[in-house]
Design a binder for this molecule. Structure first.
Ligand code: CA
Ligand code: CA
Length: 204
C-alpha cells in the first residue's frame, strides 16, 4: 500500500514538471532571469530583450519572440503595431509573420523614445480573425551617456552687498542633462574654473 502511494506521488510530480516550463526573460538593465509559466491552452508565450541606444542591436536579434498555442490547430499569422513600427519612427521593429520572431532594424535613441510598446496580434491566416487578445510587449532602451550638461543660460548675473557675511548667497546657476533622469549619466557636478580678477578665490 505504501509503495502505491509513493508511486502516485511520483507520477503527480512528473505531471507538474511537464506542465510547468520556464522562459528566459530580460529585464531593463540587460540581465536575464528565468520566469516560470504554467502551460495552458491559448496562452501567449513571449520574451523581449532590452536594447541599448546608439549602437547596432542586430546582434541581439531576435530581440523578442511571440507565439500562440493556437499554432497547434490553426494557421497563425503574427503582426505588430505601434510607435517604431507603423507609427514614426517607422520600421524599427519587424516581425516574421510565420515564426513570431521580432527583430530590431536600426539604431535607437533613448532621448527620443525611452520605451517601445509593441502591440502583438495573432490572427488566423485564412479568416483574419484574432486568435488571441492583443499582447503588449515593452522594450526598454538602455541609456548611454551621450549628452553633456547644458547651462540654462550662457550668462548668469548675481550681486552681493559689500561687507556681506561669509557664505552669503550670490546667485543660483542651473544646468540640465538630457540623459536618463536619476541615473549616473544625468548627474551633474558644478565647479568654478576661474575668477576675474584672479587671486584669492572669493566664491565657492
Ligand atoms: Ca550626460
Ligand atoms: Ca542617453
Amino acid at each position: 500500500h505504501y509503495t502505491l502511494t509513493s508511486r502516485n506521488f511520483f507520477l503527480l510530480l512528473l505531471k507538474l514538471c511537464i506542465e510547468v516550463f520556464q522562459v528566459k526573460e530580460w529585464n531593463g538593465n540587460g540581465t536575464a532571469r528565468w520566469k516560470t509559466f504554467r502551460r495552458q491552452k491559448r496562452e501567449w508565450i513571449k520574451f523581449a530583450a532590452a536594447c541599448r541606444e546608439g549602437e547596432d542591436n542586430s546582434k541581439r536579434n531576435p530581440i523578442a519572440r511571440i507565439r500562440s498555442d493556437c499554432e497547434e490547430n490553426n494557421p497563425v499569422t503574427y503582426s505588430i503595431s505601434g510607435v517604431g513600427i507603423d507609427r514614426a519612427p517607422y520600421g524599427i521593429f519587424v516581425v516574421n509573420p510565420r515564426t513570431g520572431e521580432i527583430n530590431i532594424t536600426s539604431i535607437v535613441d533613448r532621448e527620443v523614445t525611452p520605451v517601445f510598446v509593441i502591440r502583438c496580434f495573432a490572427k488566423h491566416s485564412v479568416t483574419g480573425m484574432d486568435l488571441e487578445p492583443p499582447l503588449e510587449l515593452r522594450v526598454r532602451v538602455l541609456d548611454i551617456n551621450d549628452n553633456p550638461p547644458i547651462f540654462a543660460q550662457s550668462v548668469f548675473t548675481g550681486s552681493v552687498e559689500e561687507c556681506s557675511m561669509d557664505n552669503t548667497l550670490v546667485m543660483k546657476i542651473i544646468a540640465s542633462d538630457a540623459d536618463e533622469p536619476n541615473h549616473l549619466n544625468s548627474k551633474i557636478a558644478f565647479k568654478i574654473e576661474s575668477q576675474e580678477p584672479s587671486g584669492q578665490p572669493m566664491f565657492i
